[in-house]
Design a protein around this ligand. Structure first.
Ligand code: ZN
Length: 145
């Protein structure tokens, strides 16, 4: 994917993030993620039904990379089974860590393929994906907001 296109997709997701704003619904699990090396604090609401991710919502304060990565993660993972989501997550982490990965399943998340060149931004791109990993393991936080 061309670098200009990557930048455009990242900016679009930053300006119009998908599913931003939390709702009152106890069928969602809550996860809070913080990145001490940036301003990022992301709250995720995750709804899993019959082994499938049916919805993810978020809010919080975060930089452009973290906000767009969260929006892209949401768009990529809704509708996936837990198993599919874990496979995508694993390959996303491999990509960020510059290991061999399967680009075919990453969909738009491929826009962060160069983030390894900005080591201090890696955690920005990974934060909400680590949050969803916790949700997939059932490790939810107590909802305080
Ligand atoms: Zn950040």
């Amino acid at each position: 994917m061309d670098n200009n296109l990557k930048r455009t997709i990242i900016m679009e997701h930053y300006q119009n993030p998908k599913n931003k704003g939390l709702i009152e619904d106890s069928s969602y699990g809550f996860v809070n993620m913080n990145n001490e090396s940036c301003i990022d604090e992301i709250n995720l609401l995750v709804k899993i039904e019959d082994d499938k991710i049916v919805d993810i919502r978020f809010d919080g304060e975060a930089c452009a990379i973290c906000t767009s990565a969260t929006s892209i993660m949401i768009e990529t993972l809704i509708g996936k089974t837990k198993k599919e989501a874990l496979e995508i997550l694993k390959n996303y982490e491999y990509m960020i860590d510059e290991k061999e990965y399967n680009s075919d399943i990453l969909e738009q998340a491929i826009v962060y393929s160069d983030i390894a060149h900005q080591p201090n931004r890696k955690k920005c791109a990974l934060l909400s994906w680590w949050g969803i990993k916790k949700a997939l393991k059932g490790e939810y936080d107590e909802r305080k907001i």
